[in-house]
Unconditional design. Sequence first.
Length: 82
Amino acid sequence: LQRLNCLSLSPSGKFLAVATDQGAHVQVWDIASGQPGSNTAPVAVGVAHSQSVTSVCWSPDEKQLISTGKDGTVAVWNWFGE
């Protein structure tokens, strides 16, 4: 059982960025594709923290995803989602 640490819906409403207590990574899910079985795996996984991710946030133009971790780092991810 995983506990949700944080999540952020992209400005378009198409993607959901999620971080759980299982690992120090950010998962991005396509929640608007509507394709059968499309939500069985994330479309992207990013690893930049050595400890749990504490927050995730999309930029207003949906081109970057920002995450912070318990290790004191801030990561800026370039996002090329369709």
